[in-house]
Ligand binder design. Structure first.
Ligand code: ZN
Length: 195
């Protein structure tokens, strides 16, 4: 786990640097362009349509032919910030967004129209995680490797099933949400609370 810890810390520094670069490079115009590109087709393997419980929303096309768009990964990482601990953020593992996009695209295809994915928990600070009664002490949320999600109109087991086609990491099934991470492959039925 030492490697993950180091990576998370490096990622945090990278996020700060990325924010500075992004602002210098005209972050707002990049955001506007991204919004245009996903307005009509907000779901697909290269894009995400995410919401948070506070009502915020982000549509992002985060993949291009060349790979991950670092500006979009930066925006997505910020969107996944710990909204219960001063909005602190780290650089999220980009493959987590690939996983979420796969789940969203497949569920939207079955549904027949784009379905937003609500992120109830993305990055979680050590202080926040420690305060959660049932959270794993070494939760993948601490490293920017995990998301707890809900898809309105579908039970968590439907989300877990969709994820099983794309995920090489963890899938945790809880009463009201599904935990997905991009660490080791494993599945579990969660206790009611934290994930
Ligand atoms: Zn979780």
């Amino acid at each position: 786990m030492t490697g993950l810890t180091r990576r998370a810390l490096v990622g945090g520094a990278g996020l700060a640097a990325g924010l500075a670069v992004g602002i210098d490079a005209g972050l707002s115009s990049a955001v506007a362009g991204a919004v245009d590109s996903v307005r009509d087709a907000p779901t697909g393997r290269d894009r995400l349509w995410l919401t948070r419980p506070d009502g915020s929303e982000l549509r992002s096309r985060f993949r291009t032919g060349a790979g991950h768009d670092r500006t979009q990964i930066l925006l997505l990482s910020w969107f996944m910030r710990d909204i219960r601990d001063e909005g602190r953020a780290v650089w999220m593992e980009p493959s987590l967004f690939d996983l979420l996009a796969g789940v969203q695209a497949s569920m939207s295809a079955v549904h027949g129209s784009p379905l937003p994915v609500m992120v109830t928990s993305g990055y979680r600070t050590p202080e926040h995680n420690a305060a959660l009664e049932n959270a794993a002490r070494n939760s993948m949320h601490l490293y920017g490797y995990a998301a707890d999600i809900q898809v309105r109109g579908y039970p968590p087991r439907a989300v877990a099933l969709a994820a099983s086609f794309f995920s090489g990491g963890g899938i945790g099934l809880y009463d009201s949400f599904t935990h997905l991470d991009v660490w080791q492959r494993r599945t579990w039925i969660g206790r009611p609370a934290a994930g």
